[in-house]
Design a protein around this ligand. Structure first.
Ligand code: ZN
Length: 396
């Protein structure tokens, strides 16, 4: 099983410069290959990542000698990524690939052959730059397969893919649970206590509002504006990391404890408005929670049952099953007009999701859709990189 562990780096200034160059080379190669792909396609040829890699290799000594300053894998992997993006597009899993912009998600592959890189406690040895300090040690035992260096605000991270042995699958002890994702609480469960939202969060959110207001005061193109922008990006990254960390703890526990986990459709969730929280953070947090839950479920042998988007988890009475016509968002308690049942709104929703999870037909592994029949989504087979300091993910 391939697991990626993303760790914050403490690079020297020289190493930082190299990382920026690596990211630049990867972006250049990606954009070059994308332009070339389009041109060749229009000319009636059949471009592929394999042929484009060969073509770039043949011309790079002449035309782009600076590419030799960075690990060759940075350039190669960028074109392989483009190939994957095109495959995703052809198989209707993703959008048509777009050109990469500087500073948006700078990253590059730093090593992919065994022996070219290794770790030693809190250090990782990468090609060209040598030993780089890491904030923590690799959490998983196994063969190191790949290293990707990426930037988040102004910090650098390395994501190490480890080929770890499978965990012995013993079935989780409890039957089913429903999970309602929230804003003030991270999640409300149908079994046990609600999981509170991360604490550090509230203060940071306040600061986020202030910082973004300050940004809008600054004159366009000024140095102060650039500075304020950097500060805002850092803050965004920090808040997302705090939420992600809290989600990791919760999802691991859920996947280890329950065999069937009912969750709501996030497309419905995305429409919920909340003034107190930047929407990007909130939506991102929900998707991240679900993503973690799904790969961990696969790992620990539980099943995530996703409610259909027409499943009214909030408006349905978890006691008698009747559906209320109206339920205002501000209404924190659910009252059934048929049987008189009353409960916390989120708990009622979680209970409905639990029932759904318990009643749906058993599938072999991973995600399952209930209600209207849908094609099961095809998961990307490759390992996707995660923007977080202590992350893990499964590429089953
Ligand atoms: Zn009722």
């Amino acid at each position: 099983m391939l697991i990626a562990h993303k760790i914050a780096l403490d690079p020297t200034n020289k190493q930082r410069t190299y990382f920026a160059r690596g990211g630049g080379a990867a972006r250049f190669a990606y954009n070059w290959a994308l332009a070339e792909w389009r041109r060749q396609y229009k000319a009636g040829e059949k471009p592929s990542d394999v042929s484009l890699r060969r073509q770039l290799n043949a011309m790079k000594r002449e035309q782009y000698p600076w590419m030799f300053d960075v690990s060759k894998c940075a350039v190669q992997e960028a074109i392989i990524d483009l190939g994957a993006a095109y495959r995703g597009f052809f198989e209707k899993r993703g959008k048509y690939p777009r050109f990469k912009k500087k500073g948006v998600y700078d990253s590059f592959c730093a090593a992919n052959e065994t022996g070219t890189f290794r770790t030693d406690g809190k250090r990782v040895k990468l090609p060209v730059v040598g030993w780089v300090r890491m904030r923590e040690t690799v959490r998983f035992e196994g063969v190191l397969k790949r290293a990707t260096v990426s930037r988040e605000a102004d910090r650098w991270f390395v994501s190490l893919t480890v080929d770890a042995p499978e965990v012995a699958a013993s079935l989780p002890p409890q039957e089913a649970v429903g999970v309602d994702l929230g804003v003030t609480t991270l999640a409300t469960l149908s079994q046990g206590e609600p999981i509170p939202g991360p604490k550090a969060h509230t203060a940071l959110l306040k600061r986020l509002r202030r910082t973004s207001r300050r940004l809008s005061d600054k004159q366009r193109g000024s140095k102060n504006r650039a500075k304020a922008k950097r500060r805002l990006a850092r803050l965004h990254a920090r808040i997302a990391n705090i939420r992600k960390d809290a989600a990791h703890k919760a999802t691991t526990k859920l996947a280890k404890t329950f065999r069937r986990i009912g969750a709501e459709d996030l497309n419905v969730r995305g429409m919920t408005r909340n003034r107190r929280l930047a929407r990007s953070i909130m939506d991102g947090g929900f998707f991240e929670f679900r993503r973690q839950l799904e790969y961990k479920a696969r790992r620990y042998g539980s099943v995530v049952v996703v409610a259909d988007r027409w499943f009214a988890s909030s408006k349905t009475c978890s006691c008698c099953g009747s559906v209320e016509a109206e339920l205002d968002l501000s209404q924190r308690r659910f009252r059934c007009s048929v049987c008189g049942f009353e409960a916390d709104r989120d708990w009622n929703a979680a209970k409905n999701l639990e029932k759904l999870a318990a009643s749906s037909a058993v599938s072999a592994c991973g995600e399952e859709r209930s209600g209207a029949v849908r094609k099961s989504r095809v998961k990307r087979a490759s390992v996707k990189q995660e923007p977080n300091g202590n992350d893990e993910l499964c590429a089953a």
